[in-house]
Design a binder for this molecule. Structure first.
Ligand code: ADP
Ligand code: ADP
Length: 232
């Protein structure tokens, strides 16, 4: 099945002489339970594509779907529901709340949505991400790698249709980055979680099942299960 879909998506910022075409007719199906990386030079449209797929940005033309929800045309209420229930996010800067413990950060999306924590699933995620003995720590008491693993657990705890990761290893040393990437890969393969990651780093992209290359707002190339050398 398809977890997210872009159909001939165009995105233009500004208008008239100042218009910038960030996406120029992108069509892609993101299969369920796969780990997909989006690569490409700076300014090629990676962030724009991810934001459009996640409903954080509206498209100028074309359609976006997440699961069986047509994102294009959703109003505020529908977009709020989408962001809360159907997608998870992992950011380069972790974006944890400093006054909350790791556990409180992880369960926050559920608390906000008034939902119960599935304890069995929570335990599976915590074991897999290796945070069992860090749950009562606050972000300042954790290393960068541990903070990003908290963010990974937070993104997965509600079992969203798609987890979007924007340069998730951009602020990590290579060892911590490798742990985060191995976790994302395992989330796809063992838990069936669909993961979409934007990255500059060929080594990071080599963990993905599929790598899509953007240039000037177009998909120009695609690789399946590549090695780091192939991604370069
Ligand atoms: P990437 O993530 O690959 O670096 P982006 O999606 O951020 O690329 O940007 C694609 C193009 O759209 C670039 O030319 C960028 O300058 C432009 N762009 C992105 N966001 C905005 C914005 N909010 N307003 C105007 N132009 C933008
Ligand atoms: P596990 O023990 O769960 O298999 P690993 O840390 O061994 O976790 O890695 C998970 C997957 O990530 C492996 O199947 C491997 O294909 C891939 N992987 C591991 N290291 C690298 C690397 N340096 N570059 C690309 N892919 C890697």
């Amino acid at each position: 099945g398809v977890a997210a879909r872009a159909v001939d998506v165009w995105k233009t910022y500004g208008s008239g002489d100042a218009a910038v075409t960030a996406l120029a007719g992108v069509s892609v199906d993101l299969e369920k339970s796969r780990f997909t990386a989006i690569m490409g030079p700076s300014g090629s449209g990676k962030s724009t594509l991810m934001h459009c797929l996640a409903g954080l940005d509206d498209v100028t033309r074309g359609e976006v779907w997440v699961g069986d929800t047509k994102v294009t045309g959703l109003k505020d209420r529908g977009l709020t529901d989408l962001r809360r229930d159907k997608v998870g996010f992992i950011f380069q800067q972790f974006n944890l709340l400093p006054t909350l413990t790791a556990e409180e950060n992880i369960t926050l999306p559920l608390s906000i949505g008034g939902k119960k924590v599935d304890r069995e699933w929570f335990d599976v995620v915590i074991e897999t991400v290796g945070l069992r003995d860090r749950l009562s720590h606050r972000p300042t008491q954790l290393s960068g790698g541990q903070q990003q693993r908290v963010a990974c657990a937070r993104a997965l705890v509600s079992r969203p249709e798609v987890v979007f990761a924007d340069e998730p290893t951009g602020n990590l040393d290579s060892q911590s980055g490798a742990e985060v990437l191995a976790f994302l890969r395992k989330s796809a393969h063992e838990f069936g979680q669909t993961i979409v990651m934007v990255t500059h780093d060929p080594n990071a992209a080599s963990y993905a099942d599929r790598v899509i290359f953007l240039k000037d707002g177009h998909i120009v190339r695609e690789l399946l299960s590549p090695t780091a050398d192939e991604v370069l």
